[in-house]
Design a binder for this molecule. Structure first.
Ligand code: FES
Length: 160
């Protein structure tokens, strides 16, 4: 992200409360990830240690240091979802999307080669009564079964 666009984002958050997360959130949305160079620039401009920003970006699952695909699928791996078969849901997604299932840099974040879908895992969206659940672009899908995965993917442009 160039400096001018970053300055425009920063100008939208003149007050300290919520500023850092707001700026990072806008970068994530515009760039589909937080480039390391941009993070360094944010650190200079907001006068915050890079380590602090890095800790925020790696803590919140919404942020990613690597580019994510057009659609972000977040599979819940909290205990109630796990008990109701979340592992099988993840495996089925990997099979259909041709993902390897590897964990990289301590984070599960897999993107299809055509950059259409990224799959990540998270713990509990507070919708345990509908377990197992997943989010696609923030939209909740509950009572998911492996059989329903193709139908859900098709809603976001996946073709069998
Ligand atoms: S454990 Fe999955 S929504 Fe709570």
């Amino acid at each position: 992200m160039d400096e001018k666009r970053l300055d425009e984002i920063i100008e939208k958050y003149p007050y300290p409360a919520g500023r850092t997360l707001g700026v990072l959130r806008e970068i994530q949305i515009q760039e589909r990830h937080i480039p390391m160079d941009t993070l360094k620039l944010v650190s200079e401009k907001l006068d915050l240690p890079l380590s602090e920003l890095f800790a925020l970006v790696t803590f919140y699952s919404f942020f990613s240091l690597k580019p994510v695909g057009e659609h972000l699928i977040t599979v819940c791996m909290g205990t109630p979802c796990h008990v109701k078969g979340a592992e099988k849901i993840l495996e089925t997604l990997e099979e259909h999307l041709g993902l390897s299932g590897e964990v990289q840099d301590g984070k599960y974040l897999q993107t299809t080669p055509d950059n259409k879908f990224t799959v990540e895992i998270a713990r509990c969206f507070g919708a345990c009564s509908m377990a197992p659940v997943l989010h696609v672009d923030g939209e909740l899908h509950g009572y998911v079964t492996p059989e329903r995965i193709p139908e859900i993917l098709e809603m976001y442009g996946w073709k069998r």
